[in-house]
Write a protein that binds this ligand. Structure first.
Ligand code: KG4
Ligand code: ZN
Length: 402
């Protein structure tokens, strides 16, 4: 099979991204234009601004991805684009541009689920590692060298918009997914972002909290475990799988709006408001605050609160996911999405996964957050199966992964 070069386009949230990936296994170029500066003053993503920024960035970003790959538009074999889930207006920008390119160049168009993209980010990194270890010239050995992932695979997609657990199986080289749990309210990344905003630490919250945690005492503040009272009737009404009610195969649900409220209560009970406002103003005046800048404007109680919050998030995510892995007899665990960049989360998953005899894989930090390479990689099995999208397909903000 000749090499296939796929252009992947991603615009579901606040990153305009494009990449060229060879045969689903090697990143040739990977360009990400972040909109962080645009949304920073609002402490979260503003959908209208996101669409406008995507419109500005999409053409230059795709052009740069091709230039860095040293590929002409005509030499691309297929164009892959995120169909959903995500912000409808933002998705439409990527989809419209991908359609225009596919039409003008007469190339196949492939619609990709953003969540499957995150899962393929992990596989892409594993394949790249294998490629590095082998002599690229020997195709046969290269095939043999491809790491055999053991199924069933459990995948935790944990980002600003999702905290979803999927049980994945392989069928004719394509993966199928069963959702076995998700958040009832806020996503884990959303909790990081909201708590950072609340503490005057800016946006996005995850990376700042990640770095500040080492400077605080994670045992200082105790957060009660998330208490999930009701079964999720919306899922049951959709009647997706009878096994949800089966006692042996429980649904694993997450909930992170409670911890955000607990942080708010702590802030109020400990009169931290004034210090937070001071910090907010000080950091707003610094264009790209360094760790030292953050530390200079954080007192001990704030650092302790941040570290305790992260510890509680990590314990909940790891505890529930590993319980799910045991309940579903998972042979491999993949952890992916923006929050998978978190250092404490990675370490804890690695240590506790090893104790359980469960191999755990993450994407590199570069491929953890939204990018086009993961979209191009997820498109490759569809390319092989000639599973192309019709020209009239549209964005699906709530697209489900199956
Ligand atoms: O996957 P992603 O780029 O976009 C979505 O699909 O949502 O994830 C972004 C999210 C944000 O909520 C951000 O705060 C979080 O990932 N994040 C982190 C870290 N880096 C990014 N959360 C915790 N620790 C990090 N190091
Ligand atoms: Zn994402």
């Amino acid at each position: 099979m000749a090499d296939a070069y796929i252009l992947g386009i991603e615009s579901s949230c606040d990153e305009t991204a494009a990449a060229v990936v060879r045969s689903g296994e090697q990143v040739i170029s990977n360009v990400v234009a972040s909109q962080i500066a645009t949304h920073q003053p609002y402490g979260g993503v503003v959908p209208e601004l996101a669409s406008r920024e995507h419109l500005r960035a999409i053409v230059p970003v795709v052009r740069q991805a091709l230039a860095e790959a040293q590929r002409a538009y005509e030499s691309i074999d297929a164009i892959a684009v995120t169909q959903g889930p995500g912000l409808a207006g933002a998705l439409l920008v990527g989809i419209s541009y991908a359609k225009a390119l596919a039409f003008a160049l007469d190339k196949p168009l492939i619609a990709v689920n953003h969540l499957e993209g995150h899962i393929h980010a992990v596989l892409l990194d594993l394949k790249q590692l294998d490629l590095k270890q082998l002599d690229l010239k020997h195709d046969e050995e290269r095939q043999k060298g491809n790491r055999e992932l053991q199924f069933p695979v459990l995948a935790l997609v944990v980002s600003g918009g999702h905290t979803h657990l999927y049980l994945a199986a392989e069928k004719d080289d394509c993966w199928t997914y069963e959702n076995i749990g998700h958040t009832r309210d806020d996503a884990a990344g959303e909790a990081f972002d909201k708590v950072a905003k609340l503490l005057g630490l800016g946006y996005p919250g995850g990376p700042v909290i990640d770095r500040l945690t080492a400077h605080g005492d994670a045992t200082a503040v105790k957060f009660p475990p998330a208490n999930i009272k009701h079964r999720d009737r919306r899922v049951r009404n959709r009647g997706e799988a009878a096994s949800f009610d089966d006692e042996d195969r429980p649904r694993i649900d997450f909930s992170y709006s409670g911890i955000k409220t607990a942080v708010l209560r702590y802030v109020e009970a400990h009169n931290m408001r004034e210090a937070i406002e001071k910090r907010r103003r000080a950091l707003a005046g610094i264009s790209k605050p360094s760790l030292e800048d953050y530390l200079a404007h954080c007192d001990r109680p704030t650092l302790d609160l941040v570290a305790s919050f992260q510890r509680a998030m990590v314990e909940d995510l790891v505890g529930k996911t590993l319980a799910a892995a045991a309940a579903y007899d998972a042979a491999t665990l993949l952890v992916t999405g923006g929050v998978a960049a978190n250092q404490e989360l990675r370490k804890t998953f690695e240590n506790e996964g090893a104790q359980q005899g469960l191999p755990v894989y993450f994407p590199s930090r570069r491929l953890s957050t939204d990018n086009g390479a993961m979209i191009a990689a997820a498109a490759y099995p569809k390319f092989l199966a000639r599973d192309f999208a019709p020209m009239d397909f549209s964005a699906e903000a709530g697209l489900i992964l199956r």
